[in-house]
Write a protein that binds this ligand. Structure first.
Ligand SMILES: Cc1cc2nc3c(=O)[nH]c(=O)nc-3n(C[C@H](O)[C@H](O)[C@H](O)COP(=O)(O)OP(=O)(O)OC[C@H]3O[C@@H](n4cnc5c(N)ncnc54)[C@H](O)[C@@H]3O)c2cc1C
Length: 473
C-alpha cells in the first residue's frame, strides 16, 4: 500500500489511528486459531464510527485493497487473519453501549463491546442477554454476530442469531444500510439480518447491533455428573432430552483429558476427576420449589441412565466454579498443547455417540491424541486432535490432514456440518465441498459477488480456493 493511500486513510480516521510499524501491526497478524499461519497487514486502521468505516471502505474499494474486519481476535477459524495483507479494520474502539431500552427489552450496542459487559448490564436490571460463548469475557459482540457464535446456552436459547433484532452494516462499497429494528417480527422482504449474521466479515462491516433481552430466570441449578465410560454418558443425552420432560439450558461434555487440562490450567479439581467423562446440566426455573423438583427428577433419571453420582450446585459460588472449570478447557488447550487442531463439528443429537466413537478410531489410526468436549446437548462437539510430543511437525501436518478428512466424512455421513459455531474462515474453506454441492457453494458465491464486486472484504475466507489442488489445514 503506497504512502498516498496511507495519507488518505489518516485523513479519515486521524494520523494516530493508522498503524504501519511492525511492532504495532504484528499483533493483528493472527487470532486464536492454532493451525493457520500469521500474516502481516500493511496497516491497521482503528475506526470509531460508521461514517469512518464507510470512507475507509470507499478508498479500499476504489484501489482494490483487501480489508479484514477484526473484533477482539478470539476467532478459531482464522477469520480475522489478514491472509491477503492490506488493511485490518479494527472495530475494538467502537465499544459503546448506545442505549438500554428496558420497555422494549432491547439493548443497542456498537460492535466492539465485549459480550460479558452486555450480560452484566442486562443482569443489573433483572434482564438477561442469552448469547453466551465461552469466550464472553474476551470476544466482542460484533465478532459474535459475524460468526453467529454459540456457547453453552444454545440448547434452550439458540445461537447469537436468535437474539439479534436489528443491524447497521457498512457494505463493501461504502453505503450504510440498516435492517430490522426494535420489533420482534419483521418479514419485510428478504431476511437480510440473517444474511449478515455468520457471514464472517465477508459481506459487510457490522457497526450497530440491536439485541433482544429476556427476563432473567430467577433460579437455576447446575448438575455435575461423572460417568464411568463415555458411551454411557453420551447415550444418555438424547434420552434425557426426549424422556425427562425438562429442557435443560445446557448439556455439556468434558472427557477425562479435557478435565485434566482444565484442572491443570486453573489448579483446581472437581469431584471424581478420574471418571471417564463428566456431563454438566443446567436447568432454570421461576421458583425454588419447581427447581428443586426438576433437579431431583433429572438427578434420578441420570442415575438410572448410569451416572456414577449427581452433584448439585444451586448457589452462585458453586455454579460459577463448575462453569469456570468447563470454560477453561479451551484456554488450557491453547496454553499447554499449542500444537492442536480444535474442531467444531455438529451433528443431529441422536448420532453423537457414533461421532465420538469415530474420533477415537481416527486418532488411533493416525497416531495422534484426541480429546472431546463441548455442547453435546445441541450436537456440537469440539473434537480436538493433539500433536504427540514425539511426533515431528511434518508428520503432524500429514496426520492432521488425514484426521480432518476422516472426521468430516463421518460428520457428513451423519448429516452434520463442518462448523457449529466457529465458522469456516480460512481454516476450513478447502473442506467445504465435503458438505456442500458446487451449486450450493456457487449460490453463496453469487451473494458475495453481488455485495462485494471487487472482492475486497475478507476475500480469502469461506470459499474454497478455486485454484487450490491441495487442501490446507
Ligand atoms: C477460549 C475460547 C473460547 C471460545 N468459546 C467459544 C464458544 O463457546 N462459542 C463460540 O461460538 N465461539 C467461541 N470461541 C471463538 C470466538 O471467541 C468467537 O468466534 C467470537 O465470536 C469471535 O469474536 P471476536 O470479537 O474475537 O472476533 P474476531 O476473531 O476478531 O473475528 C471473527 C470474525 O468476525 C469478523 N468480524 C469481527 N467483527 C466484525 C464486524 N464488526 N463486522 C463484520 N465482521 C466482523 C472477522 O472478520 C472474522 O471473520 C472461543 C474462543 C476462545 C479463544
Amino acid at each position: 500500500m503506497n504512502e498516498t493511500i496511507i495519507k488518505r486513510l489518516r485523513s479519515i480516521v486521524g494520523y494516530e489511528n493508522v498503524k504501519t510499524d511492525y511492532d504495532e501491526v504484528e499483533r493483528y497478524s493472527k487470532d486464536e486459531t492454532s493451525s493457520v499461519e500469521p500474516s502481516l497487514p500493511s496497516a491497521v486502521v482503528f475506526v470509531t464510527n460508521a461514517q469512518q468505516v464507510s470512507e475507509v471502505l470507499k478508498v479500499a474499494n476504489q484501489h482494490k485493497i483487501p480489508v479484514t474486519p477484526r473484533g477482539a481476535g478470539t476467532g478459531l477459524s482464522g477469520g480475522a487473519i489478514p491472509t491477503k495483507g492490506g488493511i485490518v479494520l479494527s472495530l475494538e474502539r467502537m465499544n459503546h453501549i448506545l442505549e438500554l431500552d428496558l420497555e422494549n427489552m432491547v439493548v443497542v450496542v456498537e460492535p466492539g463491546v465485549i459480550t460479558d459487559e452486555i450480560q452484566k448490564l442486562a443482569e443489573e436490571h433483572g434482564f438477561f442477554y442469552a448469547g453466551d460463548p465461552a469466550s464472553s469475557e474476551s470476544s466482542s459482540i460484533g465478532g459474535n454476530v459475524a460468526e453467529n457464535a454459540g456457547g453453552v446456552k444454545v440448547l434452550k436459547y439458540g445461537p447469537t442469531a436468535f437474539h439479534v433484532l436489528g443491524l447497521e452494516v457498512v457494505l463493501p462499497t461504502g453505503e450504510i444500510v440498516n435492517f430490522g429494528g426494535k420489533m420482534m417480527k419483521n418479514v419485510m422482504g428478504y431476511d437480510m439480518i440473517r444474511l449478515f449474521i455468520g457471514s464472517e466479515g465477508t459481506l459487510g462491516i457490522i457497526t450497530k447491533i440491536i439485541l433482544r433481552l429476556i427476563p432473567k430466570p430467577k433460579y437455576s441449578a447446575v448438575l455435575l455428573t461423572p460417568f464411568k465410560d463415555m458411551e454411557t454418558a453420551i447415550s444418555c443425552v438424547p434420552k434425557v432430552l426426549c424422556e425427562s420432560g425438562i429442557l435443560p439450558t445446557s448439556i455439556e461434555l468434558m472427557d477425562r483429558f479435557s478435565v485434566e487440562i482444565s484442572s491443570k490450567f486453573l489448579n483446581e479439581s472437581i469431584p471424581q476427576q478420574d471418571a471417564d467423562c463428566h456431563l454438566i446440566f443446567e436447568i432454570e426455573s421461576l421458583d425454588r420449589e419447581s427447581l428443586t423438583r426438576a433437579y431431583i427428577s433429572l438427578g434420578e433419571k441420570l442415575q438410572q441412565l448410569g451416572a456414577l453420582e449427581v452433584y448439585i450446585a444451586d448457589n452462585r459460588h458453586q455454579k460459577m466454579k463448575i462453569w469456570k472449570f468447563r470454560k477453561a478447557i479451551a484456554e488450557g488447550i491453547i496454553a499447554f498443547r499449542p500444537k492442536h487442531c480444535m474442531e467444531d463439528v455438529s451433528v443431529p443429537i441422536k448420532t453423537i455417540p457414533k461421532l465420538i466413537r469415530s474420533t477415537y478410531d481416527i486418532a488411533r489410526k493416525n497416531h495422534v491424541e484426541v480429546l472431546n468436549f463441548g455442547h453435546v446437548g445441541d450436537g456440537n462437539v469440539h473434537v480436538t486432535f493433539l500433536k504427540p510430543e514425539t511426533m515431528s511437525d511434518e508428520l503432524w501436518k500429514k496426520a492432521i490432514h488425514n484426521c480432518l478428512i476422516e472426521l468430516y466424512r463421518v460428520t457428513a455421513d451423519l448429516n452434520g456440518t463442518v462448523s457449529g459455531e466457529h465458522g469456516i474462515g480460512v481454516k476450513r474453506k478447502d473442506y467445504l465441498d465435503i458438505f456442500l454441492t458446487q451449486v450450493e457453494i456457487e449460490t453463496m458465491r453469487k451473494i458475495k459477488q453481488a455485495l462485494d464486486p471487487n472482492n475486497i472484504l475478507n476475500a480469502d475466507k469461506i470459499f474454497p480456493d478455486t485454484s487450490a489442488s491441495v487442501r490446507q489445514i
